[in-house]
Design a binder for this molecule. Sequence first.
Ligand code: MG
Ligand code: MG
Length: 248
Amino acid sequence: MVTVKSPAQIEAMRRAGSILRDTLDLLVESVQVGMSTHDLDMIARDFIKKQHAVPSFLNYDGFPGAVCTSIDEEVVHGIPSKHRVLQDGMLLKLDCGAGIDGVHSDAARTVCVGHVSEEKRRLAEVCKQSFFEGMKVLKDGTRLGNLGYAIQSYVEKNGFSVVRALVGHGIGTRVHEDPNVPNYGIEGRGARLFKNMTIAVEPMINIGTYEVECLDDGWTIVTADGKPSAHYENTVVITESGVEILTL
Ligand code: MG
Ligand code: MG
């Protein structure tokens, strides 16, 4: 069921969003060669706890971390580990959630670890910009197909592909709510989004094929061809004339 949020819920989501923004800023600043993805998870847990918020992803469907840490060909849902050590040239995706006063926020960043290849750097930049291309068309009454088309056409124009198997989503009292928010689509198609709906828009884009697979750990999603992937996400509230981004 798609829900429109009350002013009080939106205000609480602003708090959840600003805590998550600060968490991701801290994580991005903390990234350095030689640290493990477990170290990043501990930083996220400690910081979120200090804000009197909860890490929304921890134990979500049994996920064992507060932050998803996915590297290179890993698209999303990578599990933090003491054995996964950051190395120069890696493309790291950090996806995190924070909850407070009964509502949640969800956002992701792609970080270049040390000196990354020009192609990986461009992949990360195009991914981030594709989110903002989507924001240009999003307002009260926008169809999901128009949002997806704006993201997809920008990504493909730049020579990359859009993951189909995973999509954005509504968010609020639960991390994942209706509707599904694809990063691909056809203009003029799909359900309309209305003022005071809150959604997570999250393009996941690949250098090669858009096909993905799940590893045997039951969580980590990887590209089918082993080529790198990037991810960028924010939680937004739809307004009369545009959007308010809650996690930036
Ligand atoms: Mg996320
Ligand atoms: Mg999400």
